[in-house]
Design a protein around this ligand. Sequence first.
Ligand code: PGA
Length: 260
Amino acid sequence: MNKNKYLIAANWKQNCDSKSSIKLINDFVKLFNKTKPKCDVLILPPSIYLNTILIRLNKLKVSLKKISLGIQNISPFLNGAYTGEISVDMAKDFKCSYSLIGHSERRHVFMEDDKIISAKTKLSLESGMNTILCVGETIVEYNQKQTKKVISRQLKSALLKSKDLFKSNQDKIIIAYEPVWAIGSGKTASLDDIADVHAYIRNTLNKILGTKKNTIKILYGGSVNDLNAASILDIPDVNGALVGGASLNSKKFIDICSSI
Ligand code: PGA
């Protein structure tokens, strides 16, 4: 596994306004230019500020190959009468090269089920987007030792329906393991648990693909910060991080990016 190609993603969620999102990206780009982190960096702003951030990055002469843009959620439909939804093609129009699918808040707050997530994964891959598929267990499932069962179900339901698409686009799919109970709680999974679950995800992907090995990126997410990032990113099957809270602080986020 090539551990050089880490991906560190900033999930801003439903935070910031126009002014503070400009300040956040300005501050981050300054630090980015100074420290030149070795990883790929992805920013997932609220959709309504994608254009604001795109304009800022252009003004600051930052290549979208260095700091990529992504959308936090896409519609499960290509287009049509779906009030309030944003299609994958609309996101591409604003230079998004990544989409985030099945985030725990989408699954548990907005009640997205495996079927919706499977449809979104298919549309995202078909459109050529780098597709980050999030999986993870709740605290009840964790306590009942159901973690692997849940993750297996989530991976299979999202990927098996689009198996051929998945097979021919392995470089476009990224898995993010985020235990639901670790998100925004300040509690990360133990290093042993992360290692175990990431190895399990790697094996499950091999089984789905019918291969012996794969180089699909597997990110960890859930209370990653500037202090714990280095030890998490050091785990063999961890190829990056999906960062929520700490990505709203430019110094903390650049420290995470630089901790590789
Ligand atoms: P957190 O969020 O870093 O605030 O825990 C991570 C995520 O939800 O992607």
